[in-house]
Design a protein around this ligand. Structure first.
Ligand SMILES: *[C@@H]1O[C@H](CO)[C@@H](O)[C@H](O)[C@H]1NC(C)=O
Length: 134
């Protein structure tokens, strides 16, 4: 969570300098998930090492990584998850692509998880903050 504070401070500073429209543009609206090759930088965009990217503004039912064309999961080293604060979304990660609850291997619940080790999961969901992963 401490990683988010500099960003919020920056956005607040820019917001006072610009118009409400500028602040609205800068405020993150989407949740954003990336799977990354080695080299994750906590404060960077990590765009150049990204091998999978998904984003949205609402919850997302089960996504099966094994069906994503051209995605080689053996290249994935870390995960980046960023959620807007309101509404906030949580990431659920599953061992298998069907997102069966008995294969739940991790959750990111604080709205922010950058350079999190990739635990070889193959299915994920975005749920509303606090919603169950099953
Ligand atoms: C996936 O990446 C690994 C590690 O670089 C490589 O050995 C393997 O051949 C790749 N698989 C495909 C299907 O490209």
């Amino acid at each position: 969570m401490h990683l988010l504070l500099p960003t919020l401070t920056l956005l607040a500073t820019l917001g006072t300098l610009g118009t409400a429209t500028t602040a609205d543009t800068l405020r993150p609206k989407n949740w954003d998930l990336r799977l990354l090759k080695p080299g994750c930088q906590p404060s960077g965009s990590n765009f150049d090492i990204s091998v999978y990217h998904a984003q949205g503004v609402s919850d997302r039912p089960c996504m099966d990584l094994t069906t994503v064309r051209g995605l080689n999961l053996s290249l994935v080293d870390t995960v980046s998850w960023k959620s807007p604060s309101d509404p906030q979304f949580d990431l659920c990660m599953y061992a298998r692509g069907d997102c069966a609850a008995d294969g739940l291997v991790g959750e990111i619940r604080d709205g922010w998880g950058v350079c999190v080790g990739y635990a070889k999961w193959k299915g994920w969901k975005a749920v509303e903050k606090g919603a169950e992963c099953d």
